[in-house]
Write a protein that binds this ligand. Structure first.
Ligand code: MLT
Length: 237
């Protein structure tokens, strides 16, 4: 399997119709998506902006609007982007329309870029997604880190390396240089993931917003056995 890594969502372009994409925004969008679906949400629809989310509410009055701007909940939305909040009973059976600064946009671009499969991964569902990829065995896999406002995020890069290492344990993987760098980062930092996440820019932004618990929640490995897959613009199990 040929694996390439993009450090930001601008890299969400396909290398061919048979290529798969896996999108990472560990702090916090893809952690929230896995948690919402594991908690019984019917679907998660990532959207580019707040207005598109409000438009969905007029089409599906039962949906929940979730997301953030500057890490904080958006006025008029039902939920912020704290993963644990998606475990609330009223999320069950509902579509969640998610508008976040980087993650939902990275997913929306990957969904419209012609990949055969688009998946959402975080540390929480790392093993489940790795297993799904090994079984599907695409010839090419593009790992798209959402990044933070168009620049590299070390927390996403760490998860890219963790995913490649999991894949390499099970199958033959050829990485580009960005993939090799992600693996070196994973190897160097695996002993203290919470510390790495708390020191990252995304982690510091969350700390400033009083959301330390969210960072620790997202630093847990293999807590969820879910594989969010994009189908017609929504992530489903
Ligand atoms: C994003 O999409 O940028 C995030 O997930 C940021 C956040 O959760 O605060």
């Amino acid at each position: 399997m040929q694996v390439s890594v993009a450090w930001t969502r601008e890299g969400a372009y396909t290398a061919g119709e048979d290529a798969w994409a896996v999108v990472i925004d560990v702090l916090r969008a893809t952690s929230s998506i896995g948690t919402a679906l594991a908690g019984g949400a019917r679907a998660v629809r990532p959207v580019d902006d707040m207005q598109t989310a409000f438009d969905w509410k007029t089409r599906d009055t039962g949906c929940l609007l979730a997301g953030e701007r500057n890490c904080r909940p958006i006025p008029g939305f039902d939920l912020g982007n704290s993963p644990s909040a998606f475990l609330a009973p009223h999320v069950r059976g509902r579509q969640v329309v998610l508008a976040t600064t980087n993650g939902s946009r990275a997913l929306a671009s990957a969904a419209s870029s012609g990949f055969a499969e688009v998946l959402a991964v975080s540390l929480l569902n790392l093993g489940a997604v790795a297993e799904h990829i090994v079984r599907g065995h695409p010839e090419r896999l593009r790992i798209v880190c959402a990044g933070t406002n168009g620049v590299f995020s070390i927390d996403d890069a760490y998860v890219a390396g963790a995913l490649i290492d999991r894949l390499s344990d099970r199958t033959r993987v050829e990485c580009d240089d960005a993939g090799m760098a992600a693996c070196l980062l994973h190897c160097a930092s695996a002993r203290d993931v919470p510390a790495l996440f708390l020191k990252s820019r995304a982690g510091r932004n969350l700390l400033e917003a009083g959301l330390r618990e969210d960072v620790l929640f997202c630093a847990r490995v293999d807590a969820l056995n879910v594989v969010p897959r994009m189908t017609d613009g929504v992530l489903l199990l």
